[in-house]
Structure formats: C-alpha cells, structure tokens
Design a protein around this ligand. Structure first.
Ligand code: XMP
Length: 526
C-alpha cells in the first residue's frame, strides 16, 4: 500500500484552543497532512509519529500559573524538528527555554497591527502594508492576556505591536518560531502565507495531500482491509454517508450494499433523489426501505422531544438490523465518522475535553456488534469530505447541503407527529429552500428549514376566512453549530417566502420568522 501521503505530516499539539482544528485544516488546505494530539501526548508517540514539523496551539491557560500550566515534553524543542508556537504555544516555548512570560496590563482581543521587526524566514517578504517610515505591517488577529516579556537565549524578536513588544520571536538556527497572533483565523490576512513559509521554506514539506491523492489512498486501504467480504452502509442522504457510499462504491463496487431507510420524516423528494443518484446514476446496490408507517405508528401521541428522539433512533436500528440480516456474507459496517468526531471522542475519553458533543455515529452501535467498522473519512475534516465528494462525482448540491438531523422532521413538528403535518411541512420547507437558492442565500446560511407549529390561526385569503396552521422559518449562521446567530434574511425575501407558502399551501395561514440566537435558544425547536 502506498504510504507516501502521510510520510510528511505536521503534528499539532493542542493546548485547548478553540482554533486548534482550524490550524489543522489550514495546514491541510496547503496540501500537508496534519494530526492533532493533546499537550499531554507521550513523547514516545511523538517519536513514532515522526512529524516533519510541529505546531503548538494557543490555549485558555496562563503560563504565569507556574507548574500547573500545561507544558510540552522538553524533547519537542530539542529534536531538531521545526516548531511554530502560536499564542500560548509561543509563551510556553519561551518559558520552557528560559525566557519569561508576564500577565500584561492591556489584554489584546481582536484586530491588531503588527510591525515586522527582523527579516526572519517565517515572515520573509510577507506584509500587508508599508508605513511612511518604511516599516512592514501585518493585519492580524490577537487574543491574549499574557505576553512574552523576555526571550530565551538565541531568539530574536521578529514582530511587535505597541502593547506587545515581543509579538513574534525566532531562533532560526534551531528552526524554532513563535507568534503571539493567530495565523489560522482568516482575519489575519497573511495567515496562509505565514503557514506556507513555515511548511515549505522552513520545514521543507511538499504539498501532496490533495482530494485525488486522498481518494486513491482510501480506495487502496479499503480494498486491503475488506478483501472479498461484503460491506453494509446506512445511507441517509446526508453529506458524510453519501461520500462514503460514493467512495466505497468506487473501491469495492458490488461488495457494498447501502440501506436507505425512509422514516416518513424526510425532506421532500429525499428518497427519490437518493435512489436516483446512487442506484440509478452510480449503479450502487441500494435497498430502499419504506418504514414510514412503522415510525409514525410508534410516534403516535408522543409529544416529549427526547422521547421522540429515542423512538426514532431505536426504530432506525431495528429496521436497519432487519434489513442487514437479509444480506449475505457481510463482515463490515461502513460509517461516515469524520475527524472532528474522532478528536472529540478522544478528548472525552481523556476527560480533557472543553466541548463534548453527542456522537451520533457511534452512539447507536450495539456493544456486542459482530461487524467490523470501515470508516474511510476518519481522518478528514468536513471541508475535505466535501472536496472528495465533488471529486467522486457527487453533485455540489448534495455535497454542500445544510445538515439535516437524524431525527428528521420529527423534531420540527412540535408536539405530536402526524403524517398530515409532515406532508405540509415538507412542502413549506421545499418552498423556503427553493427561494433561498434562487436568491443566493442558501450558501450564506449554515442551516435553514421550516418548523410546523400545531396551532391554528385566522387568515383571510380572497374574501374567505381561513383558519389553519402556522409555519415558522428558521435560518442561522454558524461555524460550529454550538452557537448560532439568526440570519439577517432580506425583508423582501421573507415576504416572498411567506406569500408563496400561504398561497400555495391552503392548510397554512401564517408564517413567522424565528429571531432567536443560540444560546439561549437552540437551532432546532425541539
Ligand atoms: P441544536 O438544536 O442542538 O442543533 O442547536 C445543533 C445541530 O445539531 C442538529 N441536531 C441533531 N442532529 N440528531 C441529529 O442527528 C438529533 O437529535 C439532533 N438534534 C439537533 C441540528 O440540526 C443542528 O445542526
């Protein structure tokens, strides 16, 4: 098996920054494979990983807290491997090498202008502007309360701001670099250029981590793992399972069987488009199970959202198990687990996680499962999954669609779930999404959908009184779905959506727009 794709890798040592995954993504965007480990990683593991370069992330702790501050194995700084410390990463590097870090009087959060102080390889020929005195300036993003106040021996100051005289430092002989600002966030205009200098000029990496190379590599891995056995995949129509289906179909063709369960709570035309895409166009084996009645019967009269989630989850596993049992010689179950899931699970296992999300993929697996797992997206971030999806020939519409919960419309119909409500909601939702697409707002929002409110409201259509249901529109902007801001959709667009829904769906007499942010609200209504 080809191994060269990961022979060059950047190790990112995580000190708990909210931006750590962003660092890993930036590095990969530049074509270099990267992996994240917690700061407490065993030095032996670092030697085994054999990284080409190391990046130390920022973090919420303070070096000034002394021995209890998270630190790095001293060997990291003496192995001869280039190291870039960002924010806390720079401070801990300074502190462990004999420099000093102080709590500064003026904390810096947000935009800052940095002066390039000394031509180092890291900031070589990188600037946003040159001022009247000929100084090169960078527009950067800062977020810190501590400062390096004295550099270790051998280091030179390479950048400064008014309130942070040592905003960057370098020992070029040892290829050790530190910057107080965050090159990983897009507000740092030259962030990508700085990473390029570090990766390609200083560390000698070559860009090889591309969508085509990742696909080839995964195909080879899957083939060697699976051999002649058959593989089962629960296809939901979401981005991750769709990309897994396309990848596995290319790798093992007919050895893959996808099971698509229609629970009666899907979006309009979902079942049709999944069958069209995977079974008809791609020629994959897809078992389409119509289990709508089973789900809706079990949900009858249930109003509690968590109970609905449980019923939908358990029924799904039951239906999936029944269908799987009909397929012969299945030894593997494929899953769309992606790298953030892996990182979060690892973090929650060590108890060092800052944010713990429920893990949808692994949550439903029985403990005594006989099937072995195939998880070809385990190393990939969502944006990489999308890129390889497009490369595998999936339509961009499918690959760039908003997330849709496993519970489907079940948590978007408030209270009791009925087929009649689901049918109306599907129609309204399809109209809303169609209008967002038509006005260029689908890409500008992270998630948008309709909610069915089981209350009746009076309206007047033509000369007739109408007494019918209410639909809520929800559209949010978010990066991580942990917090979200309601999308500032134009009034004209809202008006058009509302008027189309009320005119085209007689059973709906009123449309509202949800202007709650998360927190304190959540994205879904239940
Ligand atoms: P909330 O409502 O918690 O949603 O702000 C955050 C993100 O998670 C999705 N979500 C779910 N996904 N099963 C899922 O697979 C669920 O039960 C579930 N609940 C919420 C939601 O759509 C949003 O993207």
């Amino acid at each position: 098996m080809k191994n060269d794709l990961r022979s060059e890798k950047v190790l990112i040592i995580d000190f708990g920054s909210q931006y750590t995954q962003l660092i890993a993504r930036r590095v990969r965007e530049l074509g270099v494979y990267s992996e994240i480990r917690a700061w407490s990683v065993d030095p032996e593991e670092i030697i085994e990983l054999n990284p080409t370069a190391i990046i130390l992330s920022g973090g919420p702790e303070s070096v000034a807290q002394g021995n209890s501050a998270p630190s790095i194995a001293p060997s990291v700084l003496t192995m001869g491997i280039p190291v870039l410390g960002i924010c806390y990463g720079m401070q801990i590097m300074a502190s462990q090498m004999g420099g000093a870090v102080e709590n500064c009087d003026r904390r810096e959060f947000g935009y800052a202008q940095v002066k390039v102080e000394h031509a180092s390889a890291l900031l070589m020929e990188i600037s946003d502007r040159v001022d009247e005195s000929g100084d090169e300036l960078l527009d950067v993003w800062m977020s810190h309360g501590d400062n390096v106040s004295r550099m270790p021996d051998g280091f030179l100051c390479i950048a400064s701001t008014e309130s942070c005289p040592i905003a960057g430092m370098a020992d070029e002989n040892k290829r050790l670099y530190g910057i107080q600002f965050h090159p990983e966030v897009t507000h740092t205009m030259q962030g990508s250029e700085i990473f390029k200098q570090f990766l390609f000029q200083i560390s000698g990496c070559k860009p090889s981590w591309t969508a085509v190379a990742i696909i080839d590599d995964q195909i080879a891995r899957v083939r060697s793992k699976v051999g002649n056995s058959n593989v089962l995949l629960g296809l939901s129509g979401g981005v991750d399972s769709s990309v897994v289906a396309a990848l596995l179909h290319r790798a093992i063709g007919d050895q893959l069987t996808c099971v698509f369960v229609d629970n009666g709570l899907l979006r309009k035309n979902e079942g049709f488009s999944v069958m069209e895409m995977f079974a008809k166009n791609m020629g994959a084996k897809v078992v389409h199970v119509d289990a709508a009645e089973k789900f809706l019967t079990r949900l009858k009269n249930v109003t509690d959202p968590e109970m609905k989630r449980k019923i939908i989850g358990n029924t799904f596993i039951e239906v999936f198990d029944q269908e799987s049992a009909k397929i012969k010689n299945v030894k593997f179950l494929a899953q769309g687990t992606i790298y953030p899931d892996v990182i979060e699970s690892a973090a929650s296992n060590t108890g060092k996680a800052h944010v713990i999300k429920s893990h949808h993929n692994v949550g439903g697996l029985p403990k005594d499962m006989q099937l072995k797992l195939v998880e070809p997206l385990r190393e990939l971030f969502k944006d990489e999954v999308r890129k390889i999806g497009v490369e595998l020939g999936l339509p961009p519409d499918m690959v760039y669609r908003h997330p849709f919960p496993g519970t489907g419309l079940g948590v978007r119909i408030l209270g009791k779930v009925k087929k009649e409500y689901a049918d109306l909601l599907r129609e309204a939702d399809a109209l809303f999404i169609e209008e967002l697409h038509a006005h260029g707002w689908y890409e500008k929002t992270s998630q948008a959908f309709c909610v069915f409110l089981p209350v009746k409201s009076v309206g007047v259509v033509g000369d007739a009184r109408r007494y019918s249901w209410v639909i809520g529109l929800r559209a949010v902007e978010t990066v991580d779905f942990m917090t979200a801001r309601w999308a500032r959709l134009p009034y004209d667009l809202l008006e058009r959506v509302s008027s189309r829904i009320i005119n085209e769906i007689p059973e709906i007499s009123r449309v509202t727009y949800d202007i709650s942010s998360k927190p304190p609200s959540t994205i879904e209504w239940e």
